[in-house]
Design a protein around this ligand. Structure first.
Ligand code: NAD
Length: 915
């Protein structure tokens, strides 16, 4: 049986929105609007027909033995060389055997199907087995033409052979006419096209039906016997008409891919065929046609072997891997349709020594390095001596292909000085996972995407072009592996062990499921009692969640202990240590409700609620803390509530317990600090049995626990380096809540005790939270209390003293009072500095600001050992802090003078929210 044995495709990652063409050129060619829908595939600047053919062929060769390939036919009308075997470049890049027939098929849009047909007939004749047919085109079009809209870049590849045939070749019918609806004279860049109406009516509309009907007649078939009809036609309406003329309903006609890709020239029939094969079922009959100075029609029947074809990217995969751009000038530059100044560096000689290219062809075109026969170390380039210092063997290198090996970025840079069509020029060291490394350019990515450790894949691309001599230099580049950046950003809990209390239902269940989904091993604790904590309890809720986790492939054990008892707390932690050997995460989540107003609140209801929430957290956290300390890592999450943070009628017991947890956190964060144990608190809002009778039904519907999970899990992750903070989370809304302290007001004299009347007189000022700060701990609070803004003068007694405003309306004291509130603790990891400020002019004074252990404290006066001293006038300081005077400008203009470590002073912008 002869036929297709494998398929592959390639569509460049870049897509140009057609509306962008219209937006840029519609003023000149308003009719473009008629076709300005969807997007067209667009080569990167370093792609052409040869590179795309290599990519499609690699896809087609997935799971195949390359040594069996005996021929490579390359079809294109946009080949980079008019007299150099382009198929030979592709064959060398693919490391195909030397003893193959490599041949170019060109000069007509039907060259793709001609190459396929020739390969099939050659296999039929028995001359050769396994012929790889690749077709690719990157056609140039004039700006603002319909063809710029209609065309797209792409490639397809098909393997033809007699073993494991997935689509059997049933026959063909060809007509050849010198019908010239367009042509491109030798050496010309653009096509010359005749009137579209004529091309449509006399060309596509007559010649394709003639060939397809001829084929059906030859095979004794009718359109009813055909499942898929595949033929190209840029004219959307005519595409439908031709099908109709041939008696094929829309369900049989393959989409011409106008909306998603555009017409890819000689590759297009093959690309559409590949797309059809991706979803075809055994027994399906496919008729395909290629159009261009006549028409080739071919018939295939899909076999059972199609189900065994190894997965590949193919058309669907490449259509999904895309980056859409609306940057039309970028398109123009990439196509060389505008010639911006490239600078004199671009004039550097680029001649290729053919001698070196011949000698090093495997290395340069095939990315072939060496592997030591003695120690197995791969290296690039291949050399006489093994790079392994422990081996160092001579002449032990075998060929080793690097192109398909997994690799990661080891170093990278974005060079704005180097010549690049798509600056910055991105390059760096690529480390192959099995060994070997090389300096490579990065392509198909933005600089921002690059990061050390990012998985990359090697792709064959144009490296340089010697315009003077008309020579293109190819080499391999690295591109981020699809989805790798997202995967690197993914917050994982692999290797972590977590306890979630009260995980049999509601929020706890949702936390446990997601923790397990992200790799954590979970102890699912739940007593299984009633909403108010009464009853004997049940193992069912915890067991069910464990089953769910295990069914999804995760690891979990159930625990039914009561968090509120000392034995319960111990046993819950022991369950983690016994089952999984360590403990990293504790989510104190178990909870009950017993709502009553205080007068009706009998002691049993008071104690029951405090027992579960407050004492429960203590009972479990205590042994957990010891286990985390031993492990050198810990994340503890406490669960508070808006009822505690802000108050709620009828919940004094619950509110007291929930707010007590905030106190627990405030101190525990300090105790956990040196053991890398972070403690935070979540105030959730979610639909559960606790809220079913308090939440309005429409809110209840929307408030699914899953919306709280991201915050809870983030606070439990390694990524979170915050400790001692409270976060509200519900329905996709997140905010931080904090205890804030207003600026202190000192009353009375140095030797006089303030009076009750003093309080009454300064009531508003004491209440004023302007310039309020979040204070790190009791010490910071004590220092703060004793650092008053300004002692109200006796003259001001009886009237509210207003905060002093310095010159230019700047209240410098207020700025320093508020400075700690603008501190970005997350940016201060590892920072240990003291900034001394000397502010001159009215309202000025001396303040020091100490940043240590991710906390910020501001004090009046001079520090003994400031890291750097900043001197400014009050007005300029106000402008700088207000964001109106950029620090750099203040410095260069002399308004800001810095003594000491100038470099450290630059941290100010990073550490504080300015403006
Ligand atoms: P829920 O009733 O659905 O879940 C609480 C779970 O804790 C139950 O499965 C219960 O069996 C378990 N539990 C109760 N007492 C226990 C004990 N002594 N030992 C072990 N397990 C016990 O409620 P939920 O809404 O998911 O609440 C989870 C936590 O979130 C609670 O601490 C609650 O106070 C808090 N909270 C919830 C909301 C909300 O809107 N749902 C708002 C604020 C705070």
């Amino acid at each position: 049986m002869i036929g297709i044995t494998s398929y592959g495709a390639y569509i460049p990652k870049l897509r140009l929105e057609r509306t962008a063409i219209f937006q840029a050129m519609g003023w000149f060619a308003p009719a473009l609007m008629m076709v300005a829908d969807g997007e067209r595939a667009m080569c990167n600047w370093d792609e052409d027909a040869v590179t795309m053919a290599v990519a499609a062929s690699r896809d087609c060769l997935t799971g195949m033995d390359k040594r069996q390939v005996q021929g490579l036919f390359l079809a294109s009308t946009t080949l980079p060389f008019a007299d150099r075997q382009n198929a030979g470049i592709v064959a060398t890049a693919l490391n195909l055997p030397d003893a193959i027939l490599a041949s170019d098929f060109t000069a007509s849009q039907k060259a793709g199907t001609s190459a396929l047909l020739t390969a099939l007939e050659s296999a039929q004749g028995g001359a050769r087995r396994n012929i790889l047919v690749a077709a690719a085109d990157r056609r140039e079009t004039r700006p603002a033409s319909f063809y710029e809209m209609w065309y797209g870049d792409g490639a397809a590849a098909l393997m033809v052979g007699d073993r494991d045939v997935i689509a059997e070749f049933k026959g063909s019918y060809t007509v050849s006419y010198d019908f010239v609806e367009h042509y491109r004279a030798a050496g010309r860049h653009f096509d010359y096209t005749w009137e579209e109406r004529w091309a449509r009516d006399e060309g596509y509309g007559k010649i394709i039906p003639e060939a397809v009907s001829g084929l059906l007649q030859k095979l004794g078939l009718t359109m009813a016997d055909v499942d898929h009809l595949v033929f190209p036609c840029v004219f959307q309406a005519e595409h439908r008409n031709i099908a109709k003329k041939l008696g094929a309903g829309p369900e049989k006609v393959a989409d011409n891919m106008h909306a998603v890709c555009g017409e890819t020239g000689t590759a297009h029939s093959l690309l559409m065929l590949v797309r059809t094969l991706e979803t075809a079922r055994p027994g399906d009959r496919i008729v395909m046609a290629g159009f261009g100075q006549g028409c080739n029609a071919l018939c295939f029947e899909v076999t059972d072997a199609i189900a065994d074809l190894p997965p590949r990217i193919a058309v669907s995969g490449y259509l999904a891997r895309k980056k859409t751009t609306g940057n039309y000038t970028r398109w123009l530059k990439f196509r060389n349709l505008i010639q911006p100044e490239m600078g004199i560096r671009a004039e550097a000689p680029a001649q290729t020594a053919m001698t070196a290219l011949w000698r090093k062809r495997k290395m340069l075109l095939g990315l072939v390095g060496g592997i030591c026969r003695q120690c197995g170390t791969p290296q690039f380039p291949k050399m006489d001596i093994c790079v392994n210092p422990e081996c160092g063997a001579h002449h032990t290198q075998d060929d080793y292909e690097f192109a398909g090996r997994p690799a990661r970025i080891k170093t990278f840079t974005g060079d704005l000085l180097a010549v690049s069509v798509d600056p910055p020029h991105k390059y760096g060291m690529v480390q192959f996972e099995d060994g070997g490394r090389l300096m490579a350019d990065f392509t198909d990515c933005d600089f921002e995407e690059l990061q050390v450790g990012l998985p990359v894949q090697m792709v064959f691309r144009r490296r340089t072009e010697d315009e003077q001599r008309g020579f293109v230099n190819y080499f391999w580049k690295a591109t981020p592996a699809p989805g790798a950046a997202e995967e690197m950003k993914r917050i994982s809990f692999a290797g972590r062990v977590a306890i979630v209390t009260g995980a049999g239902a509601g929020l706890g269940r949702a936390y446990a499921l997601e923790l397990a989904r992200r790799g954590a091993k979970v102890v699912v604790n739940d007593l299984g009692g009633a909403r108010d904590g009464s009853g004997a309890g049940s193992s069912t809720p915890a067991d069910q969640v464990v089953e769910e986790i295990q069914a999804a492939g995760g690891e979990a054990v159930a625990n039914y202990d009561n968090v509120a008892t000392p034995e319960g707390g111990e046993r819950i932690v022991r369950a983690a240590l016994e089952a999984f050997g360590r403990l990293d995460i504790l989510v104190n989540n178990a909870g009950i409700l017993r709502d009553k107003s205080l007068i009706k609140m009998e002691p049993e209801n008071w104690h029951a609620v405090l027992d579960v929430h407050l004492h429960g957290a203590y009972r479990v956290t205590r042994p957990a803390m010891a286990a985390m300390r031993d492990g050198g890592f810990g994340r503890i999450l406490l669960t508070t509530s808006a009822a505690g943070l802000y108050g709620n009628f009828g919940q004094t017991n619950y509110a007291a317990a929930k707010m007590a947890l905030v106190g627990l956190m405030n101190s525990l964060k300090l105790e956990g600090q040196k053991h890398n144990i972070k403690v935070n608190t979540i105030a959730p809002l979610a639909a559960s049995r606790l809220t079913e009778d308090v939440m309005p039904p429409e809110l209840f519907e929307r408030a699914q626990p899953e919306y709280v999970v991201p915050m809870a899990l983030y606070l439990c992750s390694e990524a979170c380096d915050r400790s001692g903070a409270i976060f509200n989370a519900g329905m996709g809304y997140f905010s931080r809540a904090a205890v804030m302290t207003g600026p202190p007001v000192q009353l009375g004299g140095d030797d006089t005790v303030p009076t009750v009347e003093d309080i009454a007189d300064h009531w508003e000022r004491i209440n004023d939270l302007r310039g309020a700060k979040e204070l790190a701990d009791l010490n910071a609070a004590t220092v703060d209390l004793m650092t008053p803004v300004q002692k109200p003068s006796s003259a001001a007694a009886g009237a509210e003293a207003k905060p002093a405003a310095a010159e230019g309306g700047v209240d410098v004291q207020a700025i320093f009072d508020g400075l700690a509130g603008t501190f970005k603790a997350e940016a201060a990891q590892g920072v240990d500095v003291v900034f001394q400020f000397l502010i001159s002019g009215s309202g000025g004074g001396e303040w020091s600001c100490t940043i240590r252990d991710q906390t910020c404290s501001v004090a009046n006066g001079r520090h003994d050992k400031p890291t750097c001293t900043l001197k400014m006038a009050a007005g300029d300081f106000g402008a700088m802090i207000g964001g109106r005077l950029p620090p750099m400008q203040a410095f260069t203009s002399g308004k800001l003078k810095i003594e000491g470590d100038i470099m450290k002073s630059q941290l100010i912008e990073k550490l504080f929210k300015i403006g």
